[in-house]
Design a protein around this ligand. Structure first.
Ligand code: SF4
Ligand code: SF4
Length: 432
């Protein structure tokens, strides 16, 4: 039984609406935890005065330079004593989740037990950073709590100017769209660069994210410095039985209005049975005895729309791999940027493929560490030094498939125009 609750009339109002309220959750935890009682007291004060009362500081665990977000209260009385002493220290432990965020209920219960024993009991699965956020612990309890999580096989995540905790989609474990082993890719890259996570020494944060297909359920293209996104380079796979069932349920109207006309690159067409092309990159699937869906695979930009709306009838091809993009971030000094393709396609199946990914990610981190300015993300660095210099520095071959926007903006001309200009200049110089 915890100490008596403070009056919280403003917070109480937040429970009166139609939606579940976080206040109810905090009050439930406060029934057995003094820290939560005082947290509610400080929060109510913040609502009254419209001021925040948390300041940072330095708190850590032995051997690590980051991973704990320190919070000390600034709400003091005339004698410099905290007004809400049990919540005077309310630090957060960032713990890396398992790749793909797979947990057993047993493990979740154990995590809750540890946090009730050492902390406030408040856990966020998962924060924007991708970590499990164990919120609310005193300075003295940070080390014992971490030791118990460590015993369970978990490690601290990243914070500050460091390699940050990574995310992979649930992928191959449960999703038929998956094009590679996302969990293995995440573990390979993060485990081999873990020093950069625990000892912040980079110019700014650096994030890797792994999405199994272009649906990009982890927002890697917008939210990571290096995004690894699954794709395929052969034909879209088809399942005639499921395609016929889908067509029987949705009809020609559904097919035309929701599938064919929504393909961004006009790669889909409705054909009479027997008239659909199946060579030169085209493939087809019968929808009934009179109708077929023709797919122009060379012009498919892998937007995933048709695969998503015809589940199982259309699936990623068999020749799978990944596309790698760099420089995404939702808001940079230069504005919001999406990642830019630097490796249009690479296989990611064999041990050698994973070694190659690992080497690339290490090179990427090293290049960032050596060339980025303080507080500059990868996208900003590339914008400043120029993409061609970045590619040259990284030793990456220029490829015409490297594009900023599909079908709109190839930033590299491959037609030899620069040699023509050189020849013309030489001719002019020699008076020819
Ligand atoms: Fe599935 Fe693709 Fe989403 Fe991963 S990104 S969970 S593979 S749909
Ligand atoms: Fe068109 Fe390809 Fe997108 Fe399907 S996945 S709608 S074929 S671009």
């Amino acid at each position: 039984m915890a100490k008596k609750m403070h009056d919280t009339p403003m917070l109480d109002q937040l429970e009166s609406g139609p939606w579940p309220s976080f206040v109810t959750g905090l009050k439930r935890l406060a029934q057995e935890n003094d820290m939560m009682v005082d947290l509610l007291g400080q929060l109510e004060t913040s609502y009254e005065t419209k001021k925040g009362y948390w300041k940072g500081g330095t708190v850590g665990v032995f051997g690590y330079g980051g991973g704990v977000i320190p919070r000390f209260t600034e709400l003091k009385d005339a004698n410099e004593k905290p007004v809400f002493p049990d919540a005077a220290e309310f630090h957060t432990l960032r713990i890396q989740p398992p790749a793909g965020m797979h947990y057993s209920t047993d493990l979740l219960r154990k995590m809750c037990d540890v946090w009730q024993k050492h902390g406030s009991g408040l856990i966020a699965f998962h924060g924007q950073s991708g970590d499990i956020m164990f919120q609310g612990v005193s300075t003295a309890n940070v080390q014992p709590a971490f030791d118990e999580f460590n015993e369970m096989g978990f490690d601290l995540g990243g914070a500050g100017p460091a390699l940050r905790t990574s995310m992979s989609c649930v992928g191959a474990a449960r999703c038929e769209m998956s094009c590679y082993d996302e969990s293995r890719a995440l573990q390979t890259v993060i485990n081999n660069n873990i020093d950069d996570m625990h000892r912040p020494a980079l110019p700014y944060k650096f994030k890797f994210k792994f999405a199994g297909c272009p649906n990009d359920c982890v927002n890697s293209i917008q939210r990571s410095d290096m995004a690894v996104i699954g794709t395929w380079r052969d034909n879209i796979r088809t399942d005639e039985k499921l395609a016929r069932e889908w067509f029987a349920a949705n009809g020609m109207e559904g097919l035309v209005n929701n599938v064919v006309t929504r393909c961004p690159s006009k790669a889909l067409a409705v054909k009479k049975a027997g008239e659909a092309r199946t060579t030169d990159g085209f493939s087809a699937v019968a929808l009934d005895d009179a109708t077929a869906l023709e797919i122009d695979n060379h012009n498919c930009v892998r937007c995933m729309h048709c695969l998503n709306v015809m589940p199982g009838a259309l699936l990623p091809g068999k020749d799978k791999g990944v596309t790698i993009l760099v420089g995404g971030k939702s808001v940079l000094k230069i504005g919001a940027t999406m990642g830019t393709v630097v490796i249009p396609f690479m296989k990611l199946e064999s041990d050698e493929d994973f070694d190659k990914l690992n080497e690339l990610s290490r090179n990427m981190l090293d290049f960032f560490a050596e060339n980025a300015l303080d507080h500059e993300r990868t996208g900003e660095m590339i914008d400043r030094i120029g993409l061609s210099n970045f590619l040259e520095g990284m030793g990456l071959e220029v490829d015409a498939n490297m594009i900023l926007q599909p079908r709109a903006n190839p930033y590299i001309r491959m037609d030899g125009w620069d040699e023509e200009v050189e020849k013309a200049t030489e001719r002019k110089a020699s008076g020819g």
